[in-house]
Design a protein. Structure first.
Length: 141
């Protein structure tokens, strides 16, 4: 095989590999969790979170503001259906303040990728005064 044909073949293979890895983007607006009247004094805020899925790797990046107490933890949960609480599956890195960032990078199983694509993943940020959850939002295309 001559050099030009080899180069063309390599470029074609690289292009095909890149096409197979086209990123998928998901996003959510995070808002206060469901609450009763007594919880209103402790729960407030808002934010945005994006997730980019490339192959089996998902990268999470977001910001939040307006909490009434510093954030303590942030997690990705997997819900049985959109809008219903589900178990924690990944811990995120969160700024321990009333405003800041939330980030994380994870490798997903095939089943988890399917759940993400079906809107079953949500982000939840907890705070000192709202240890059961302050902000949440479902990641959607």
């Amino acid at each position: 095989m001559d050099t030009m044909r080899k180069i063309a073949l390599v470029i074609g293979l690289l292009a095909a590999a890149g096409f197979a890895q086209t990123p998928e983007t998901f996003k959510t607006r995070i808002a206060p969790v469901s609450m009763d009247a007594a919880m209103k004094v402790n729960i407030a805020g808002q934010g945005k979170v994006n997730a980019t899925l490339t192959g089996t790797k998902v990268v999470i990046n977001g910001t939040f503001e307006g909490l009434r107490s510093p954030a303590t933890v942030a997690r990705i949960h997997e819900s049985p259906v959109t809008g219903v609480r589900g178990p924690n599956i990944f811990d995120l890195t969160v700024t321990k303040a009333v405003s800041g960032t939330v980030t994380g990078t994870f490798t997903l199983t095939a089943a988890q990728m399917d759940s993400l694509r079906k809107g079953k993943f949500y982000v939840q940020i907890h705070s000192e005064k709202a240890p059961e959850g302050n902000l949440w939002g479902w990641l959607m295309k």
